[in-house]
Design a protein around this ligand. Sequence first.
Ligand SMILES: Cc1cc2nc3c(=O)[nH]c(=O)nc-3n(C[C@H](O)[C@H](O)[C@H](O)COP(=O)(O)OP(=O)(O)OC[C@H]3O[C@@H](n4cnc5c(N)ncnc54)[C@H](O)[C@@H]3O)c2cc1C
Length: 468
Amino acid sequence: MTTLQIKGEVIVPDRSTPPSQSVSRWSDKGIIAHPALVVVPESEEDIKAAINYAQSTGLQVLPAGGGHGSFVPIGSKTLYMNMKQFNQVSVNSTAHTITVAGGVLTGQVIKAVTEKGFYTTWTNSNAVGFIGGILGGGNPTLAGIHGMQIDQVLSVRLVTGEGKALEVSPSSMGDELALFNAICGAGHGFGVITSLTLKIFPISNLHLAEEGVWVRRLIFPPPALETAATVFEKLQPLSPESTAALVFARAPPTAPKPGAPMVILTVTYYGPATDAESAFPILFDKAVTSKTIVAVTAPTQLAKLNDALAHFDVKGDRKDIQSAALSKVVPETITTAFQKWLVFTEQYADAKRTTLVLSSYSKDKNMEISQSPEGKARYFDNRDRGFNVLIFSWSSTDSTEAASNEFSKEIKALYRSGSLTSELPRTLLNNIAPDTKADELFTENQAKELKRLVGVWDPTCLFWRPLI
Ligand SMILES: Cc1cc2nc3c(=O)[nH]c(=O)nc-3n(C[C@H](O)[C@H](O)[C@H](O)COP(=O)(O)OP(=O)(O)OC[C@H]3O[C@@H](n4cnc5c(N)ncnc54)[C@H](O)[C@@H]3O)c2cc1C
C-alpha cells in the first residue's frame, strides 16, 4: 500500500461531518464535497511527495490558496493541497519587486508593500489567495494605470506534475517560456506554484493626498435609479487614474431600513484629490446630489481600500461570482437589470444579499499592452473591454442556488444584448461559471496551444484545471 509521509499535516476527512469541516472554502456550493485527503505541505519536498502519492493512487491534485475560487469543484478523487504554510512575502525596495509564496493572501501583500511605501496591483478582497487571483487573469483595482495582475509578473517558481521544481520567466526558452505565458492568464493546473515575483511601484508616483485615495460615494434610493444610470454613463470614458462602480445591494441589518434596496455609485481616483474634484463636477452637481440619500467624499488610505468590502469575505453559504466583460453599457440595460435584481431578491428570501456590480475603468493601458509582444503572448484577450458586470449571488439553500445560477445567466445575457451586438461574449477566468465556454476566454489557436502545453507539462492530468 502507498503511504504518504511528509513533514506537514495530512488529514483524512471525517465524512460524518459537513465538507466545510475538511476544507475551508469561501462558498459551500453544491460542487464542494469531502476530498480524499487534505495535505498541508511545508516544503517543496513535501509537495513532491504528495504529487508522487497522487500519481500512484489516481488522485487529482488541487493546490489551494485563499479558497475563494467559486468555480473550483472538490470531490472524493481530490487531493486538496492547502498551501497555507507557504506564507512568506519578501519586498525588494531596491529592485522594486516582491516575491510572494504560494499560499499568501492578498491582504498580506498589501500590508507588506504599503508598509515599505510601495504598491502593486491586487484584487479587491484581502482574503483572496494572491496567486489564485493572478492565475485567473487578476483584474485589479489599478487596471487603468497598470493593466492586469498578470502584466506585473516577472517570474514563477513551481513544482510540475513530474515533481520537478522549475523557475520560469520571460527569459526562459521554448516550452518553459510557453509555460510562463500560460500561467499568466490561463494559469490553473500547470503545477504547484511555490512563489511568484512581480513588479512594485512607489506610492509617491500616484501623488495622493495625505488622506489617501480620493473616493466619492453617492447612494440613491430606487426612484432615482435613472439619475444614477445617467451619471454612470456621463462619467465615461474614465481617465486611467479612475474607476467607477454602480452597485445594486440591500441595506445591511444594522442600517436604519434593513433590506432596503440601494443604488450605490462609487468613483475612486488614484491621483491628486484636486484633479479628481475638477474631473468629476457631476458628482457634486446639486441636481444629482439632491436625489441621493448619502453623498460623501471619503478619502481612504491605499492599504485600507479593501476593508470596506470585508463583509463579502465571510466563508460558507451558497455563493458564486459570475461576470461578463463588455465594451459598452447603455442606461436602459442598467434600469432593466435593476428591476430584475429587485424581483429576484424579493422572491427569494435567502438571496437578499445577492449584489450586482457594474464596474468601469480606462482600457487605454490594456490596449497598449495588447499591442506589445508580452501582451500578445499572455492569455488575456478582454483588453478591449472597459466594463464588467459582476453577479455576486449569495443564498443558503439548494433550490435558491439553482435559481441564482439562472439569474446570473439572465443578467449576463441582458448586458451582452445591450452591448455591441457583434461582440463576442468574454469572461474573466476568475469568474467562470458552469455555462462558460472556452471561446469566451481563448482563441482557437490559444486553446490548441494550451492543450499542447497540458500534454507537455501535465500529461497524466494530475492537476485540476477548468475549460482546457
Ligand atoms: C470576495 C471576492 C472578491 C474577488 N475579487 C476579485 C477581483 O477584484 N479581481 C479578480 O480578478 N478576481 C477576484 N475574485 C476572484 C478570485 O480572484 C478567484 O476566485 C481566485 O481563483 C481565488 O483564488 P484563491 O486562491 O482564493 O482560491 P482557491 O480556490 O484556493 O484557488 C483558486 C484556483 O487557483 C489555484 N491555485 C491557488 N493557489 C495556487 C498555487 N499556489 N499553485 C497552483 N495553483 C493555485 C487553485 O488550484 C484553483 O484552481 C474575487 C473573489 C471573491 C470571492
